[in-house]
Design a protein around this ligand. Sequence first.
Ligand code: SF4
Length: 63
Amino acid sequence: MNISIDGDRCIGSGQCALTAPGVFTQDDDGFSELLPGRADGGGDPMVREAARACPVQAISVED
Ligand code: SF4
């Protein structure tokens, strides 16, 4: 799995960090970023749910 976040789309709603807090966090400005070493999702089953929860489809998940 490879996760990417489109920083141009992200509006900082925080849904990803709420849904999968083991993978996503928010930077000082509130925008989404991946926790260190978690670009592969770390096997977290909530990653896809977090991508679906994003209101602006800023999160891409590839197998
Ligand atoms: S859910 Fe989407 S818009 Fe909200 S912080 Fe995460 S990536 Fe950004």
